[in-house]
Design a protein around this ligand. Structure first.
Ligand code: ACO
Length: 428
């Protein structure tokens, strides 16, 4: 017999059905709560709220498990490319050889942005953060391809999805080149996804960027590890916007804005800034750790802690290994890596972090990899956005394909009760 939850309110008992997911996650379906009782739930930060049923990504934060469409992240990191993972998330299957050829071909055919869009890059001051440019330009793309606004047919959707995945990287590279006063480099159709991005970032009109396979693979891995993470802040934002039937590009642009913040995607940039500050101050990390623990400065150990993982983030394990391998293979050292390792060791043995179950998250080591590849600090969160695009698209599609209502939470109002409007002379 299926479980029900009983709630007693004002002397009356109400029953609500329980729902169980395919991995035995349990929830109480309270969709009739307000209609039956007049009450709503209050859950600041949504930590106990399931906003949807989803079949894209599964996380068990206690056990440190992450799976895309059922496949463990460790296996995908070993056996698949970012483009294959993008296909998996959006189409719900890993592509076979001919599907992969077709999808890669779609990405290539859609890699160029409309030539007239280039003029928009001129309008941004050179000090602009690339995340601002990225969100603005993704949204602006719908002005150049009217078809973007219609993503209803499945065929059209596949083209729009491919266009977005492909062009986010072109826009990202163009915004970087513009911000540095460098000439724009067009994509080359024979490069694969990640190599093409590095080419657009670092080639010069007179000289192609020398591709290092280790660097390409490391960046491809970063994209894979960031590709989806169920109902995080930016993905929930994408779903929220999609639920009002906004188009795919508008929904993704909103996702970029949500990702920007330092408590979300902006953490990878914040980690490097934190490590640079520690290095500059001559501290070995001990003073900084004390500052964090006494909480007076409000500082946090960036790259540590996660709303869902109360164990080692499985992505952090993989990324730490990639970081060690890359620096070793490139014969590079990085003083920031030494500080990061020391901080991690201190934190993992410190009661403050142990009691609060704070472990390294995906951002703790990703910045050191990007520095080694030569990606500038202000582009770190943009890299995250490129990686997260397939997850946003898959979530957009899930909302579009379901009979989901518009997302519209309620609130408990705590402001003034009825107050009359004084004239200007009556106001204090
Ligand atoms: N350093 C020091 N203390 C921390 C940290 C941290 N990184 N993270 C959480 N805490 C402490 C809080 O101060 C709080 O302590 P208290 O109980 O004494 O008040 C306790 O741990 C719980 O913290 P919350 O903020 O309630 O935890 P929440 O689940 O809301 O936050 C978050 C998760 C935002 C990721 C948080 O851990 C954080 O700010 N981390 C640093 C930023 C970061 O790395 N973000 C990237 C997340 S991964 C991603 O978006 C890809």
């Amino acid at each position: 017999m299926s479980n029900t939850a009983k709630v007693e309110l004002d002397g009356k008992v109400y029953e609500f059905p329980c729902v169980v997911g395919s991995e035995n996650e349990k929830g109480i379906d309270i969709s009739t709560l307000r209609a039956k009782t007049g009450y709503i739930t209050l859950d600041d930060g949504y930590a106990n709220t399931g906003s949807c049923k989803s079949s894209i990504t599964y996380i068990d934060g206690e056990k440190g498990i992450l799976r895309y469409r059922g496949i463990p992240i460790e296996e995908l990191a070993e056996k698949a490319s970012f483009v294959e993972v993008a296909y998996l998330l959006i189409m719900n299957k890993l592509p076979n050889a001919s599907e992969l050829r077709r999808f890669s071909d779609l990405l290539t055919r859609n890699e160029m942005i409309h030539e007239d869009m280039k003029v928009h890059f001129e309008g941004f001051p050179s000090t602009s953060h690339p995340m601002a440019i990225l969100s603005a330009m993704i949204n602006a793309a719908s002005c150049f391809w009217q078809g973007l606004i219609d993503t209803d047919s499945d065929e059209n959707f596949e083209i729009q999805a491919a266009r977005l995945i492909s062009q986010v990287r072109t826009i990202a590279a163009f915004s970087y080149r513009k911000s540095r006063g460098l000439p724009i480099i067009y994509p080359k159709p024979f490069y694969r996804y990640t190599a093409n991005f590095l080419h657009m970032m670092f080639s010069e009109p007179y000289q192609d960027y020398e591709m290092d396979p280790e660097a390409i693979r490391a960046l491809d891995m970063i994209f894979i590890l960031h590709a989806d993470h169920e109902q995080n802040c930016s993905t929930s934002t994408v779903r929220m916007v999609a639920s009002s039937h906004s188009n795919l590009f508008a929904s993704a642009a909103a996702g970029v804005c949500a990702l920007w913040g330092a408590r979300h995607g902006g953490a990878n940039q914040a980690v490097i800034e934190m490590l640079q500050d520690i290095l500059k101050s001559g501290d070995d990390g001990s003073r900084f750790m004390e500052e964090i623990k006494n909480k007076k400065t409000g500082k946090r150990l960036m790259g540590f802690g996660h709303r869902v993982y109360k164990n080692y983030d499985p992505r952090a394990k993989i990324i730490k290994q990639i970081c060690d391998d890359l620096l070793h293979n490139l014969h590079m050292g990085d003083p920031l890596l030494d500080i990061a390792r020391r901080l991690e060791e201190k934190a993992l043995n410190d009661p403050y972090f142990i009691e609060r179950k704070l472990y390294p998250n995906v951002d703790f080591y990703s910045g050191i990899i990007m520095r080694a590849i030569g990606i500038p600090l202000e582009m770190f969160t943009v890299i995250f956005a490129i990686g997260r695009m397939p997850g946003w698209i898959a979530n957009y599609k899930e909302v579009r394909d379901s009979a989901s209502k518009i997302y519209r939470p309620r609130q408990i109002y705590v402001g003034n009760t009825l107050t009359s409007c004084p004239t200007i002379n009556e106001r204090s």
